[in-house]
Every structure is written in C-alpha cells, then in structure tokens.
Ligand binder design. Structure first.
Ligand code: PMP
Length: 319
C-alpha cells in the first residue's frame, strides 16, 4: 500500500500517496478512538458516481460527534473532498475511506489539546465481488465473540476500535475454514456479520435485527427500501435468534463492499434446505428474493436507467 502513485486528502490539502505518513505517536493508533466510513463509487453507463455519499458522510460526522471529536469540515466540504479524490486519482469503480483521527499532541487517556484530522483515501476496486461469489454465497460460523453492547460502546458510531471485536470473530471463523461469522449481541440475539448486516426471509417476509448492537448499515437501509418499495415485500426489524437463521428460507448479508451476499450455511446447517434451495456450493436460484434484491441493488448502484428505480436516483452523486 505504501509505494504507489496517487493523492490522499488530509485536512484540506492533497498529499502525494507516498508522503501520506502519520507520526508513530498518533493518538488513534494507540487507543483506537477515531471513526471512518467505507464508501463506493461506481462507473455508470455515462458517468462515475458516488453511492449514498450524503448518508455515509452524515454517519461519519455523527460518529465523530458521538465520540466527541470536533471536526473542522462540514458535510458539503467532505463530500467535495471525496469527489475530488476520485477525479485526482482518475478512479471510477472505487472504494473510499474517509477517516477521522486524533493527532500526536499527547498520549494517554487524559491527553489534552489533541487535534482532530480528517483524511480521504480511495483506491480502485474493480469488480470486488465476482458474479460467481455473489451466487455461491457464504458458509458462516456463529461466533463465540459477542458483538458490542450499547452500554459498552457506541454502536451507532463506526469507530476504529470496534473492529478489534470484528477481526477476532472473523479470524476465528476463517481459521476454522468458514468464509464469514455471524455475531450475536451480549444477550445472545443475532447482531451482524463481521462487517455486514444480516437479513433472513421466512414465509415471504424479510427480517433483520433492530439497530442496537449492529451498525446502522446504509446498504441495509437501501435493501429495506428496495424490498418494500420495489418488490412489495414486508420487512420487520426485530430481535432474531440464531435458530431463526437455521430455519430461514433464505438469508443474506449486506454491506458497502460485500453489497448483498447470500448466507448459505450457518454452523453446518444448510439455510433454505426445507424451502428447496440448492445446497451450498451451487448457485442460488435466480428467482429467489436474494437474487432479485441482488439484481436490483446492482442496477441501482451502477446507475442503470430504469423506471422501477427512478425514486432512488438521488442516491447517486455524479463526479
Ligand atoms: N456492520 C459492520 C460492523 C460494518 O463494518 C459494516 C460496513 N460498513 C456494515 C455493518 C454494513 O454497513 P454499510 O452497509 O453501511 O456498509
């Protein structure tokens, strides 16, 4: 990652990629207090656009506010920095990582006078998820690591330090031969995957955990809109137990990078077996609700002109 061409935005200035270094005593490096976003840009038929950059930027500033980190830039300035980051780096299909962090004015939990910095880096993502991976989906293991509790952390904030917990859970599952992990909240209800929200379909109704321990995902929100408003499917946000995933007709995870990936197996249970779904290792059925939502999300994010998605055009910000 170090040695390449490109530009990174830091506090209103453009740094050549190779010179974009932070001091070793950067506070956020030591205590994990900071916040970030993952945002996507897509090459559309005519133009490149950012997808829901307004919502991502709002969540970023909300995270900083919740962490009590004052930011010197407003949403419009940060959106412009993200646009310019694509232009300067000549990117079309890209992933952007705006990040807010403390400087190196002091160490320790009581450090005073810490400066708050904002950076935006972006890189080419191409087709991050292949069509094959999107139809084969994931085999997951329920984690022994609980997801955050609302009284232990700020679950609405996308905080750097939260990802220690995500990585412990993901790494345990990957070492055991799985693709992903499903994390439960401290009461034992389903929270989310390591970096994605989770949905299940049962008897034609979609269910997803309410936003307590899980992140308030923007893809989650997009999928709820698409399901309700385009497919006419009911969506319920509520507490969900892990066995509801075992006996679901379909399940999938959502996230900016993952988009919408089928969850095919959990703890060795084939999800959807009783509803006639193909086994893990074979593509999901094209007519499944998961596949329908995948196609809608794909068309929407790539800016394909179509009548059924016209209501969501303002989610795309042209570059
Ligand atoms: N949960 C966690 C823990 C995440 O890191 C992410 C990715 N940002 C998500 C859910 C999905 O959120 P979004 O759809 O906004 O990317």
């Amino acid at each position: 990652l170090y040695d390449r061409d490109g530009w990174i935005w830091l506090d209103g200035e453009w740094l050549p990629w190779r010179d974009a270094q932070a001091h070793l005593l950067t506070h956020t490096l030591h205590y994990g207090m900071g916040c970030f976003e993952g945002v996507r840009a897509y090459a559309g038929p005519q133009e490149t656009h950012l997808f829901r950059v307004g919502e991502h930027t709002r969540r970023l500033l909300d995270s900083a506010h919740a962490l009590d980190m004052p930011v010197a830039f407003d949403a419009a300035e940060l959106i412009e920095a993200q646009r310019q980051c694509l232009v300067r780096n000549e990117l079309r299909n890209a992933y952007l990582k705006p990040t807010i962090f403390f400087g190196a004015e002091g160490l320790g939990l009581r450090a005073k006078g810490l400066t708050v910095h904002v950076m935006v880096a972006a890189w080419d993502l191409g087709d991050y998820i292949s069509a094959e991976a999107a139809s084969l989906g994931l085999r997951a293991l329920t984690s022994s690591w609980a997801r955050h509790h609302v009284n232990i952390s700020l679950c609405r904030a996308k905080t750097n330090g939260h990802y220690v917990n995500s990585m412990l859970a993901l790494n345990t599952a990957v070492k055991a031969g799985f693709d992903e992990t499903i994390m439960l909240d401290p009461e034992g209800y389903v929270a989310e995957a390591s970096a994605a929200n989770v949905f299940l379909l049962r008897d034609g109704v979609l269910h997803t955990p309410e936003v307590t321990s899980c992140l308030q995902g923007i893809t989650r929100d997009s999928v709820i809109h698409l399901a309700r408003e385009v497919l006419g499917i009911e969506v319920r946000e509520r507490r969900i137990t892990r066995d509801e995933l075992y006996v679901a007709d379909e399940a999938f995870v959502t996230g900016t990078a993952a988009e919408l990936l089928p969850l095919r197996e959990l703890d060795g249970r084939h999800i959807g077996a009783r509803a006639g779904a193909p086994p893990p290792g074979q593509p999901i059925a094209g007519g499944s609700v998961t596949a329908q939502l995948q196609r809608l999300y794909h068309r929407l994010t790539r800016g394909e002109p179509s009548e059924d998605l016209a209501a969501f055009r303002d989610w795309l910000t042209p570059i």
